[in-house]
Design a protein around this ligand. Structure first.
Ligand code: G3H
Ligand code: 13P
Ligand code: ZN
Length: 312
């Protein structure tokens, strides 16, 4: 199977009461870990690339790594998506360069400007057979170089979504219902709670329309502990409870973005490896267990959180 867009994936996910995982990729080991788990679980998958990933690994290397995964995993649908595209130019470069899906994130701009930029990207993307994710509302946390302070974050306003979708023609919509980017999503001691009332109001206004959740890592305490035990310092790292994501996946949420959890698994595993083997210096030796742990974490997400195992 060649790279696919998310259109068919989202239709099946919406009607099937599950979500497709969107995992960020930055190097070969991460691509392999994610796609091997998805192949074994027969799950569709979205591999997404941020502006930072393109700056780190180079566009061509990332596209070729993903193309290699498509060859190695012919049984599963794989989409290649630009995460948090910040301008028409970045989106165009990914559309021209082999991506099947792009996000234009103009959510920090005023409503009318967000519509204008998004519509321009949609026109170009649709002319080239590529689908577009847009965003309304502002998540807290760090994404690429942009750090949205908690007091600047705001929930999506359901009364804006119909006008936004009809005027832009976007194919899916990321909304802010309390998730946030990074490993510090909630204050220690507070009870994390997503705003399901907003999600339900949005989906009532946009029937059958795929909704996206960013900032959906759950920050597994097992890996926070591993990082902290072996020389790291991540006090108070807390994520979104997995049961709440599972519930969202049963509603209109068709795409759930997970990146920080994979980073934690990789970093925790490598820290542990070095602490236990201070004499080792072959990157293959420490990347191998890191890749294996990311793979098992992705499998857990597919089966227990997203509900997309067996849906390829
Ligand atoms: O939302 C942002 C993603 O986790 C990607 O992070 O911009 O550091 O590549 P990045
Ligand atoms: P996390 O930081 O919660 O993994 O979110 C990732 C994300 O939304 C990528 O766009
Ligand atoms: Zn995001």
């Amino acid at each position: 199977m060649a790279l696919v867009t998310t259109t068919e994936m989202f239709k099946k996910a919406y009607n099937g009461g599950y979500a497709v995982g969107a995992f960020n990729v930055n190097n070969m080991e991460i691509v392999q870990a994610i796609t091997e788990a998805c192949r074994e679980e027969k799950a569709p998958v979205i591999l997404q690339v941020s502006k930072g990933a393109r700056a780190y690994a180079n566009h061509t290397y990332l596209v070729k790594l993903v193309e290699a995964a498509v060859i190695e995993c012919p049984e599963i649908p794989i989409a290649l998506h630009l995460d948090h595209g910040d301008s028409f130019e970045t989106c165009k470069s990914c559309i021209d360069g082999g991506f099947t899906s792009v996000m234009i994130d103009a959510s920090s701009k005023p409503f009318a400007e967000n519509i204008e930029i998004t519509r321009k990207v949609v026109e170009y993307a649709h002319d080239h057979g590529v689908v577009v994710e847009a965003e309304l509302g502002a998540l807290a946390g760090v994404e690429d170089e942009v750090d949205v302070a908690a007091d600047k974050a705001h929930y999506t306003r359901p009364e804006e979504v119909e006008e936004f979708v009809s005027k832009t023609g976007c194919d899916s919509l990321a909304i802010a219902i309390g998730t946030s980017h990074g490993a510090y999503k909630f204050k220690p001691g507070t009870k994390p709670q997503l705003r399901f009332d907003i999600l339900e109001e949005v989906s009532k206004r946009l029937p059958q329309f795929p909704i996206v959740l960013h900032g959906s890592s759950s920050v597994p305490q097992e890996y926070v502990k591993m990082v902290n035990t072996y020389g790291g310092a991540m006090p108070g790292a807390i994520g979104v409870p997995e049961e709440q994501l599972r519930h969202a996946a049963q509603l209109a949420v068709c795409k759930i973005n997970i990146d920080s959890d994979l980073r934690l698994a990789m970093t925790g595993t490598i820290r542990k490896f070095f602490a236990e083997h201070p004499d080792k210096f072959d990157p293959r030796e420490y990347l191998k267990p890191a890749r294996a742990n990311i793979k098992e974490l992705v499998r857990h997400k597919l089966v227990d959180v997203l509900g997309c195992s067996g849906k390829a």
